[in-house]
Ligand binder design. Structure first.
Ligand SMILES: Nc1ncnc2c1ncn2[C@@H]1O[C@H](COP(=O)(O)OP(=O)(O)OP(=O)(O)O)[C@@H](O)[C@H]1O
Ligand SMILES: Cc1ncsc1CCO
Ligand SMILES: [Mg+2]
Length: 277
């Protein structure tokens, strides 16, 4: 079933506008090409809205935020909203500085964000106003485990209802939630946390899946998360004794490039909770 969502990405080849950080920008472009989408990066206010208008989805990532790009994010976001393009916000490092936290909140407040995709500490800080983040990485104390999973799924779903968005939390176990349901994805490999940008790439990929599957964005996000996790497992399997995190990064992109709909269908590992209240 999820494989169809990948097929739609390949068929429609959505063009994704990325306003993103300068650490992982090239990886974001390559992961979009790998899944069958196309990237364009453009972060000047004078062209942000115009670029968004020729695209099918907008990926806003605050990883290397500066005063200038905040305006570009809002301007592109307003245009994307007018055109009913999906908009994803990756609140990289929310909680690490007052500027990041305030900007993530401002974007959530001013734009109809379709998907909020971050690690558990970023999401926790944005929802409760409290917590500690380890730079751009999740705080180990916030980890989603088998023991707290159902509690976190419910909280994610409540937050999704409050923000009127899909909340998508990455980590060893990923959680994707809207106000009525939450899915927990157990695909992935610990090496994914040893490269920078696995989260940024996931956000770019998720924007492409959402843009190509607008009729069911929740399932599109689920498919994107499963495909990234499966790619991580395939990449880890290819590692030799001399390989390190640089090779892993390449193997991960290669696995997204070579992924088939069948691989996604058979490899996806998730459980779904539907809430009635
Ligand atoms: N320990 C782990 N085991 C399995 N998968 C993992 C693990 N850590 C991260 N992942 C996977 O890596 C991807 C990125 O998640 P992560 O939470 O590390 O994002 P992030 O913190 O935003 O990353 P970055 O900021 O470096 O881009 C997701 O697909 C997630 O499932
Ligand atoms: C390391 C880093 N710093 C700002 S953005 C980024 C990439 C991972 O989010
Ligand atoms: Mg991140």
């Amino acid at each position: 079933m999820l494989g169809q969502y990948l097929q739609e990405v390949r068929k429609k080849a959505p063009l994704i506008h990325n306003i993103t950080n300068y650490v992982t920008v090239n990886d974001c472009a390559n992961i979009l090409l790998a899944c069958g989408a196309s990237p364009i990066m453009a972060d000047d206010k004078n062209e942000a809205a115009e670029i968004t208008a020729i695209c099918n989805g907008l990926n806003i990532n605050i990883g290397t935020l500066n005063e200038r790009t905040i305006d570009s994010m809002l301007s592109a976001g307003e245009k994307a909203a007018q055109l009913q393009h999906p908009i994803l916000l990756d609140p990289v490092g929310a909680g690490a500085s007052a500027m990041r936290t305030a900007t993530a909140k401002k974007i959530l407040d001013k734009l109809p964000i379709t998907v909020l995709r971050g690690n558990i500490s970023e999401i926790k800080i944005l929802s409760t106003g409290q917590g500690i983040i380890h730079g751009v990485d999740a705080n180990a104390a916030d980890r989603v485990t088998e023991d707290n999973l159902f509690e976190y799924m419910k909280i994610a779903s409540q937050l999704a209802g409050k923000l009127q968005t899909i909340v998508a939390i990455s980590g060893e176990i990923d959680i994707i939630a809207d106000k009525d349901q939450a899915a927990a994805v157990s695909n992935g490999h610990s090496l994914m946390s040893k490269i920078t940008g696995s989260g940024c790439m996931l956000s770019a990929l998720t924007t492409a899946y959402a843009a190509a599957n607008q009729q069911d964005i929740f399932t599109a996000v689920l498919a994107a998360f499963c495909s990234m996790g499966i790619a991580g497992e395939i990449a880890a399997n290819r590692m030799t004794d001399l390989d390190g995190n640089a090779s892993f990064r390449n193997y991960l992109i290669d696995a997204v490039y070579n992924m088939t709909a069948e691989q996604l269908d058979t490899g996806a590992k998730y459980q779904l909770m539907v809430y009635n209240d």
